[in-house]
Design a binder for this molecule. Sequence first.
Ligand code: GLY
Length: 323
Amino acid sequence: MATEGTQPKLIIHGGAGSSLKGKGGAEAVRQSLYSVVEDAYALLLAGASASEAVIRGCQLLEDDPRFNAGIGSVLQSDGQIRMSAALMDGLKQRFSGVINVSRAQHPIGLAEFLQSAQDRVLSDHGAAELLRELQLPPFDPMTELRLQEWIQERQGNFTRRMADIVAVDPVPELVFQDESTARRGTIGVVALDSAGHLAAGTSTGGKGFERIGRVSDSAMPAGNYATAEAAVSCTGIGEDIIDECLAARIVVRVTDGLPLLSAFERSFTEAQQRQRDFGAIGLDATGTIAWGNASGILLAAYHNGEQIGDTLDISREKTFGVG
Ligand code: GLY
């Protein structure tokens, strides 16, 4: 339960993938993630709530064209970008989100607004209407790299399961290896504030090349969930995450008394038996940081109150861990 004077904790992710080609690639991703961790963790130290730090972290990741959320989102099969995002405040145990919104700079900002609305999850038309109501200027999140990726994929008749997790250029080493396997891009932030409250946020451009109308896990409790006891954000193949109801599964296990690491261990052991393809990050109210990885590599970084660490050099053989 919440305790005033808690040491704040933070963990973020920029997706999961098969593997990074070169050390240069890992270093560039690490720098991006660390700068977001530093910024959002400083907010927590200054007394911001977990939700405020989560929103800030998500916005920064949405602003980084390297990651598949906000600017730099992948294109769907018809060449359009449709993004989804969710915010869950653990203290209020309240979920809000947008599904398949276009022309927004910060989908997480819409989820933030919806936290205090009567109707808390809006899909395409409703989300577009909300953008207009809030008088947010239309924003085109498409980048040249994502467009080129889509054009290439169109020539191959959309045979890949997902788009690249991180945008390819100008750092060629950032391409994930093994073109035959899926790529899993999403961003997420989980925070514990100094009042002992938790929050989780997740934002994505989706899988890339998907059918129009496909709904991502990121704006469902399967992909993003928080209570007073634990908070989790997921990344990976949305359909796998939904089938496991992963974020809610882990959080409910903690709420029912299982330690966070055991909840990750059990959930990822089950997931591997079913050949799932995803990763997750989480925190509990005691400040335990945990992550799980059923893909090749999880792009996660955290601040444990003493230092920043990351999971970039940890391969699939180590399925879960603590920060
Ligand atoms: N996890 C992101 C998606 O599948 O849409």
